[in-house]
Design a protein around this ligand. Structure first.
Ligand SMILES: Nc1ncnc2c1ncn2[C@@H]1O[C@H](COP(=O)(O)OP(=O)(O)OP(=O)(O)O)[C@@H](O)[C@H]1O
Ligand SMILES: [Mg+2]
Length: 421
């Protein structure tokens, strides 16, 4: 029996905690902190107070604050957890060499798990039921984030019922090239404001939606896997937004397995009745050890030009879900004809004006600045790379890492996970 907290929520076990910590990536070393051997201990007492002991490669590690934030965000959002304390320690020389060897190994095995760079933040846009506006939210958030100067990927995981191509105003075929005997797909791109979106969808691979439907059982999961593994997303990608299909938990579980660092944003409608279904989506994400970063209420009250508000689809659902699940309400997007008109015209409303556009821009701001901020890499990458190379050389000179033949200083062009800024 797991210990039980006073609030009667079961307390996570150490195994649960370690699974959650797999979502914390050291963006410099390109691997998660569990894999790198940085997690010494992770336990929760019966009252839900968690202590995590992390061994850093160097106690002055500039990424310490980043790692701390990520651990707090991931573990702190789990029901039953009442407090998160982090203890720091430093690796021994031998542990350091082994972590660096692991990092070097990861550099040479880039395509092992996915083709995403280590500093790309991944956000899944999911819901309990269909038609609540996942695709509209995905596309508009991508547009609003790009308009802030970011590079944003959009992965249309709705393989059989894709709607992203039309909504972003892109059509055509995915380009591709061969690399080491396997095909790499190149996303279609569109500039938005100072930034850019890179989009991959089944709609760029098949002739029409009918053909796509035929792929259903066969491709549903494999299709998404290909999009994560065989697409040249680019190491400069700041965010990848994944537009999830309605229903099926298979795709979500597939993504969770490949990308434990993915975070989930739940879209719900304002009807309090919709809350139950959305709660299921939250618990499904948590069962896969994914962090739920927040809720977006879509199709909230429509306000006419005279200022009268019409809550056509009810009110309060988003707030109720957020309170119930203990996650922030990131914002409310009003029901507004411009949202669907923008979707049909391939011109996301977030690039224009009006209450819905303002709401999308505000939510994008909250995600980038608070809920899922990009890792702070500036100023330390080159230093860390130097330290990594020195440690690797030392390890090579003595023992262990000799069998790992790849060079940490010269990963293949365009695939270097280290940013040099
Ligand atoms: N805030 C809004 N105001 C007006 N119309 C909206 C709004 N959000 C979404 N819509 C419209 O509602 C319909 C469903 O939206 P969308 O396709 O984004 O939902 P979805 O959750 O992705 O659906 P599915 O589950 O089928 O993938 C679309 O026609 C879209 O234009
Ligand atoms: Mg959709």
């Amino acid at each position: 029996m797991p210990p039980v907290a006073t609030n009667r929520q079961p307390v996570p076990t150490s195994e649960d905690l370690v699974a959650l910590l797999r979502g914390v990536v050291d963006p410099e070393l390109g691997s998660d902190i569990v894999d790198l051997g940085m997690v010494r201990r992770a336990i929760a007492d019966p009252a839900g107070a968690v202590v995590v002991t992390i061994a850093l490669t160097t106690s002055g590690c500039p990424l310490r604050a980043q790692i701390q934030r990520d651990i707090r965000a991931r573990i702190g959002s789990v029901p039953g957890v009442t407090d998160v304390r982090i203890e720091w320690t430093e690796m021994t020389q031998a542990e350091k060499s082994s972590a660096m060897a692991k990092a070097r190994w990861n550099i040479s095995q880039r395509d092992e798990q996915t083709s995403l760079g280590p500093s790309t933040r991944v956000v899944m846009i999911a819901s309990g039921k269909g038609g609540v506006g996942k695709s509209s939210v995905t596309v508009n958030l991508a547009a609003a984030m790009a308009a802030r100067g970011l590079t944003v990927g959009v992965l249309d995981a709705d393989v059989a019922g894709f709607s992203v191509p039309r909504m972003v105003g892109l059509e055509g075929r995915l380009g591709g090239y061969e690399q080491d005997g396997h095909k790499v797909m190149v996303p279609l791109e569109r500039t938005m404001g100072d930034g850019v979106i890179r989009v991959v969808s089944m709609g760029f691979l098949v002739e029409d939606e009918e053909t796509a439907l035929m792929w259903r059982g066969l491709m549903l999961n494999r299709g998404v896997q290909h999009f994560l593994q065989d697409v040249a997303w680019g190491d400069d990608l700041d965010y990848l937004l994944i537009d999830m299909p309605p229903g099926t938990g298979d795709v979500q579980m597939g993504v969770a397995k490949l990308l434990p660092r993915a975070e989930v944003v739940i879209v719900t409608t304002p009807a309090v009745a919709a809350q139950k279904v959305a709660t299921r989506a939250v618990s499904m994400a948590r069962k896969s050890y994914l962090r739920v970063a927040g809720v977006i209420e879509n199709m909230s009250a429509f306000t006419c030009e005279h200022g009268t508000s019409y809550p056509l689809f009810g009110a309060g659902g988003g707030e109720a879900l957020a309170a119930d699940a203990g996650i922030p309400l990131l914002g409310q997007v009003p029901l507004e004809p411009s949202v669907s008109a923008g979707g049909d015209a391939g011109q996301p409303v977030a690039l224009g004006s009006g209450p819905a556009a303002d709401a999308f821009r505000a939510i994008a701001g909250t995600i980038v600045e608070e809920a899922v901020p990009p890792p702070e890499l500036a100023g330390c990458s080159a230093r860390m790379l130097e330290a990594a190379v020195a440690a690797l050389d030392a390890a090579d000179a003595t023992d262990g890492a000799k069998s790992l033949t790849a060079s940490a200083t010269a990963p293949a062009a365009g695939t270097a996970p280290f940013s040099t800024q």
